[in-house]
Design a binder for this molecule. Sequence first.
Ligand code: MLT
Length: 278
Amino acid sequence: MINREATHATLKLDGATLAYRDAGPREAPVVLLVHGFPLTGRMWRAQQAALEPSWRVLTPDLRGYGGSTLGDWPTDSPSLTRYADDLAAILAASGIETPVTLVGFSMGGYIALEMLRRHRAQIAALVMMDTRVVADDEDARAGRIKMAEHAAEWGSHRIAGMMRPKLLATSAPEAAVRETLAQIEQADPAAIAASQRAMAARPDSTALVASLDLPLLAIAGAQDTISPPEEMRAFARSAPRGEFHEIADAGHMAPIENPAAVSAVLAGWLDTLRQERS
Ligand code: MLT
């Protein structure tokens, strides 16, 4: 296979510009990396470097983040389905008709579950990273609505400070802390508000995952308190073809806190899948 320079592509959709990176050999099987809240596709840099020699890797900035604009998304009652439909449109615009491996980190995992509901034919395998399949309880929902209501007033700098203790292990490397906070500090408060409302409204997906007819890999940072490893292990076990892997020395931001371990697990699992299929 011939590798190529990464392409930075954009797609106009419903008043928004969606930006995404498309890299790796064009004829290779596709991996779609979906970032978390309120981050950008840049969170996947280490995994891109690990996968791009042998996979075609698509890394979007979700609507409102990084190089993508919010467009005319109605931010009073947003749904994660909007992000899922954006991802399907990016695959179509990239000429990708063969089902892909979908990798969702945290909010990206919630979006992956919406992809399963709405665009199942486009998914060959699923990786759920530091994420949950249950809906929010009342307290979590109320916390999200409060942040949505105050996002403009608080600003993304303060929100980054508020989120930091939950996102990163106390032992997280300084570079991982810096990178995570820098991404959040650049986030548009309107996008933060839209995502929080959309996450608060998401349905429970426990039954969906327990009946999943796809290979599933769940990956959790050992010190993740947002999507604890025990919870992730349990939903991975509930899936007929589920596997679970814990990442040492990492909290919720495992792909940034321990990038080498996450990349190795991901690349190893993808290679095994590819061998089984060939
Ligand atoms: C994320 O990392 O995407 C968020 O922490 C997810 C959430 O707020 O549930």
